[in-house]
Design a protein around this ligand. Structure first.
Ligand SMILES: [Zn+2]
Length: 381
């Protein structure tokens, strides 16, 4: 087992060189050109490692990249492995100027280093090391690098689902849960709704009776939405954005709100969606429009998923580190693969702090452990 760790440690420099290269290309989801640059870099790398590479052109987001490696001779009757990682980050271009890629106290800092450029580099280097050391498994391997995960994978979702179809298992190389770096074995379902209200404008002082306030109507709906929260059972409803009106002395003809919703189970998702869609305008002269829905199904901790996690945890002990498991309110592409019934392990990529926040970092000493476990998983699952 410690052959994997020795191999990983011997290639730490290669691993961190690639992490640095990836972090230095800033890739906010909204910047297509930047994501195309990183897609090209990653596509060239995996092509040089013998993968059959397909570039999936995108209008709005960066091009997605899929890569397929054939398995060994006896692989034809085996189901393939699926690995997924996103190249985009939540950080706007220019963040590097004040939050540069640097080492301090055993940690490497930089925008997107944890979520999830370390996981991308670990995937690419890990697959190369398995190949060049005769450790390639007897099954086909498919990898997807997508560029829109941070906004809910709207364009790559069909790709995630088609590449996951029939897979024996899926590894989502996202960071482990901040803190212990745990595998995420339960994820909430996640959705977004937008409520817009049309009312009728009028002079607020002179002719208030001729108006119908969209803000008044929306405010009442915000109170209704707030009441749908059920934190003990894992249901969260947050009106996170609100806007409306045109002037202080005009009864507002328009208002809108954006709502984040999260649930633990499919039944909760259905019930909450029905509840939100049943909202009706209460103030005469106003009308409601409700758009949106759930874009990440919940990922429950099924027996198959728990078994995969237990195997990885056992192997982490053999390698010499302590992988654990936790549940999380955040969503990822694991929600999609798990919903298809593919046992999915999410959170192998790295261990660190402050995802999506100032001071995002990874633990340098842990990364070789993660690389070793990734190689062991692909070799032996
Ligand atoms: Zn991520």
């Amino acid at each position: 087992m410690n052959d994997f760790l020795a191999l990983a440690r011997a290639h730490e420099t290669e691993l961190f060189d690639l992490i640095e290269k990836l972090v230095l290309i800033e890739t906010p989801t909204s910047d297509k050109a930047a994501n195309d640059r990183i897609s090209t870099l990653v596509a060239d790398l995996v092509r040089s490692q013998g993968a059959e590479v397909t570039i999936h052109p995108e209008q709005k987001y960066g091009d997605h990249v899929s890569a397929t490696w054939a398995g060994g001779e006896s692989s034809s009757d085996k189901r393939h492995a699926f690995i997924v990682g996103h190249l985009d980050t939540v950080w706007p271009t220019g963040t590097l100027a004040r939050m540069g890629y640097r080492e301090r106290d055993g940690r490497m800092y930089g925008p997107g280093v944890l979520d999830m450029k370390a996981g991308i580099a670990t995937t690419i280097v890990g697959l190369r090391l398995l190949q060049s050391n005769g450790l390639w498994p007897d099954r086909q391997i498919k990898v997807l690098f997508n560029t829109d995960e941070e906004v809910g994978s709207p364009s790559s979702r069909p790709l995630v689902e088609s590449l996951a179809t029939g897979a024996a298992y899926a590894l989502i190389m996202e960071p482990g849960q901040a803190g212990a770096g745990a595998l995420k074995t339960q994820r909430k379902g996640l959705g977004e709704f937008r409520i817009s209200v049309e009312g009728k404008a009028s002079h607020a002082g002179a002719f208030p009776e001729r108006g119908a306030s969209a803000i008044h109507e929306l405010s009442q709906k915000v109170i209704d939405l707030q009441a749908m929260n059920d934190w003990p059972n894992g249901i969260t409803v947050n009106t996170g954005l609100i806007s409306g009106g045109t002037a202080r002395n005009t009864i507002p003809a328009y208002a809108e709100a954006t709502i984040d919703v999260r649930v633990r189970t499919v039944a909760q998702a259905q019930q909450l969606e029905a509840q939100i869609r049943s909202l009706r305008a209460g103030i005469e002269g106003t009308s409601l429009k409700i758009e949106g829905g759930f874009h990440r199904p919940p990922m429950p901790r099924t027996p198959e998923l728990a078994k995969l996690a237990a195997t990885l945890i056992e192997w982490s002990h053999e390698i010499g580190f302590e992988l654990t498991e936790e549940s999380t309110g955040g969503g990822s592409d694991a929600n999609l693969t798990a919903a298809m019934g593919v046992p999915s392990a999410d959170g192998l990529g790295s261990k660190g702090q402050n995802p999506h926040a100032e001071g995002e970092n990874i633990e340098i000493g842990e990364q070789a452990n993660r690389l070793a476990l990734f190689m062991k998983a692909i070799n032996s699952l």
